[in-house]
Design a protein around this ligand. Structure first.
Ligand SMILES: Cc1cc2nc3c(=O)[nH]c(=O)nc-3n(C[C@H](O)[C@H](O)[C@H](O)COP(=O)(O)OP(=O)(O)OC[C@H]3O[C@@H](n4cnc5c(N)ncnc54)[C@H](O)[C@@H]3O)c2cc1C
Length: 381
């Protein structure tokens, strides 16, 4: 019987496994399909902070995570001998009108105090011209452009490969692919598999992406509404003469994210209703057209992949993290929605720390399971 059973091998589950193994536990990861079959196996990998205004615990948590990720990745890369394609390149946000520029100038003042950590200061500068001509296009930035030095990118698939390789080098860790967990019995501390098998555990971490919400319901004591939903996203990958050191471009929900090897990802749609979670369609063509307007150099690049996935969005909109209030052997590690890559390591650290110490982890209040249960009771259908 593993000390810790992790359900799902996306970025959240693999980090839970790493943190539990580092703490000396035996770990079994059960993955329905294959590592990276969910949203984590996508294309973008943007690591972007929240805006620096109206600072709060959630923004502080994310800032700390974005800063600590750099050393974590370096450690994983050393241990695995592989690259995760991580770079802190910064981000450019075009300003289309004067009132956008005024707001950005206020944010620059906010960042001067909020974006400082352990002696490191990250800037949020309002510029008149793009640092590299055409990135972004002049037509897209009539009132200038913001450059922030905090953002970065990571290659989602390489990141998962690195995490997997590290786990495979650790004692008492097993990743079992093709193992579909259909329900959890929190009293008996067992997971029921689709093939009829049962796995006992000391503690279980539910990190099954959008399926975490169904597994949550399988525990019993379900809230009156679903505790989370799936939001579909479509993205595309280009390859051309694109420098991976270029900053991300972000404008009105459109991301342009350079990666190593001349690759550049663009995204994303945000769809609350859909028929086929894996299909791409005309909505992605619109995203690509918008990305071309922002970065015309992409028109000369080759389209190499179109991809779609489902983001886990918990009912409170923020990640849903930590021990279930009614079932102490069950922890949630899900609901990262659009920001999982930058924070998964710190969330997993807290979940495992809580499991070890028995005292509640220090989370932003809106991340707790209780906060989500409360939201589920409050929200109208
Ligand atoms: C188009 C798009 C663009 C995005 N861009 C970014 C970005 O730039 N930056 C960012 O930070 N985030 C981004 N996201 C969000 C990010 O991808 C997700 O928040 C993140 O991958 C969620 O990770 P996860 O480990 O919680 O879930 P997943 O990666 O979905 O992993 C869950 C795993 O659990 C497995 N599983 C499911 N059910 C079961 C079961 N019953 N038994 C066993 N295993 C099961 C699945 O097969 C899957 O492998 C994007 C998402 C999309 C769709």
């Amino acid at each position: 019987m593993p000390d810790v059973l992790v359900v799902g091998a996306g970025v959240m589950g693999l980090w839970a496994a790493v943190m539990a193994a580092r703490a000396g536990h035996s770990v079994l990861v059960l993955e329905r399909d294959r590592v990276g079959a969910g949203a984590s196996g996508g294309l973008l990998g943007a690591l972007m902070p929240h805006q620096p205004d109206r600072w709060n615990a959630k923004k502080q948590f994310q800032l700390q995570a974005l800063v600590s990720l750099e050393a974590e990745i370096a450690g994983l890369e050393t241990a695995s001998g592989l690259s995760a394609g991580y770079r802190r390149t910064g981000r450019l946000m075009p300003l289309a009108a004067d009132h956008h520029r005024e707001r950005a100038l206020k944010h620059a003042g906010d960042a001067a105090t909020a974006w400082t950590l352990d002696g490191k200061r990250f800037s949020f500068d309002v510029l008149d011209a793009a640092p590299v001509p055409g990135w972004p296009a002049t037509e897209a930035m009539a009132a200038g452009v913001v450059f922030d030095s905090l953002s970065g990118h990571i290659s989602p698939r390489r990141y998962l490969q690195v995490l997997r390789a590290v786990l495979e080098g650790m004692p008492h860790v097993e990743i079992r692919e093709g193992a579909n967990v259909v329900s959890i019995d929190p009293s008996a501390r067992t997971a029921l598999l689709a093939d009829g098998g049962r796995i006992s555990f000391g503690h279980v971490v539910l990190s099954a992406g959008v399926s975490s919400f169904d597994l949550f319901s399988s525990l019993g004591l379900s809230p009156p509404r679903p505790i989370g939903t799936a939001v579909k996203g479509q993205a595309a990958l280009f390859r051309g003469d694109i420098d991976p050191a270029l900053p991300i471009i972000f404008d009105s929900g459109i991301f342009v994210v350079p990666h190593e090897g001349g690759y550049c990802a663009v995204g994303s749609t945000s769809e609350d209703s859909f028929d086929d979670p894996a299909a791409t369609d005309g909505r992605l063509d619109e995203v690509i057209a918008a990305a071309w307007r922002l970065a015309p150099v992409l028109k000369g690049a080759t389209l190499v992949e179109r991809w779609a996935g489902l983001r886990p969005k918990a009912i409170g909109r923020d990640p849903m993290i930590g021990r279930h209030p009614d079932f102490p052997a069950v922890s949630l590690l899900t609901g990262g929605f659009k920001i999982s890559f930058g924070i998964a390591h710190e969330l997993a650290r807290l979940v495992v720390g809580e499991m070890e110490s028995g005292s509640p982890c220090k989370l932003p209040p809106s991340f707790t399971v209780d906060a989500h249960l409360e939201a589920a009771r409050r929200e109208k259908p």
